[in-house]
Design a protein around this ligand. Sequence first.
Ligand SMILES: N[C@@H](CCC(=O)N[C@@H](CS)C(=O)NCC(=O)O)C(=O)O
Length: 316
Amino acid sequence: MSARETPFSIAAQEQRAGAFVRQASRFRDWVTPDGASGYAPEPGRYHLYVARACPWAHRTILARALMGLEQAVTISYVDPIRDQRGWAFSQVGVYEDPVNGFSFLSEAYLASDPEFSDRVTVPVLWDRQRARIVNNESAEILRMLATVFAPLAAHAVSLYPTELADQIDALNERIYEHLNNGVYRAGFSTDQLVYEQAVSEVFAMLDELDERLADRRFLFGLQPVESDWRLFTTLVRFDPVYHVHFKCSLRKLSEYRNLWPYLRDLYQWPGVRETVSFDEIRAHYYRTHGTINPTGIVAVMPAESLEEPPGRERLG
Ligand SMILES: N[C@@H](CCC(=O)N[C@@H](CS)C(=O)NCC(=O)O)C(=O)O
């Protein structure tokens, strides 16, 4: 089967004139505090379908862990290896759907919209009560967990403090464009100039953030917020995957004076390292993107450790 015929391949569906264009998410309903949207924040009502490998899904896994929403919002994981049938629940007890017993995530999409014919992506926020997808846009699911679900959370963690809201939104947008999605634009481009432009944006943004983090522990000071965690999911994949697989090869993250200890600081934050599976991350990227790694050989882990002390506690 050629790349062009593969129904669920990013590379097949999203390249135009050598550039990667991300598909807009289809389901955009919101859980609201009063439930006026038809979705009220009730414990046990919602379920997250995620892949540990995926940086977008990782945002929602992190928010659930950091907020202590494990009891209120259930979760299940898809197999990191995806073939042309899309994300799959392939192994009882490991990659299993305890809510609907689906074999493929596409079944959740078709149950919500029988006409759905775009790419089936993670994360998905599923409503047990109405038996449908509420939302499949990670930025929005993260924001809902951080705000609307706060009354159901075990920990009083503020990932989106009101006084920083505008600044967080603005920085999120730039981190998305140049880094979160920038690495994909580099990795999936089929045009040398488009690729080089994307790579230069990636490293310009990393350089800027490295400077920003010289005199503050986290992006906005003493506590990590949404922007830090949205950045984290890209940084933690950088040396093991993006540096090699997406050819973001100018520098390694471990060469950065501040970003590297900052990444270790976030990785060692309570509850976070348990959300990171380097095996699933590497298996997914190297063995699913046939167009850019046709042999499926998985690059070895770089010889560097996120367990070394970050030494950033002295910063404000
Ligand atoms: N805009 C979406 C993008 C999610 C996304 O692209 N997820 C990838 C995994 S990292 C996916 O599910 N891809 C499936 C495919 O392309 O077929 C979000 O942020 O929620």
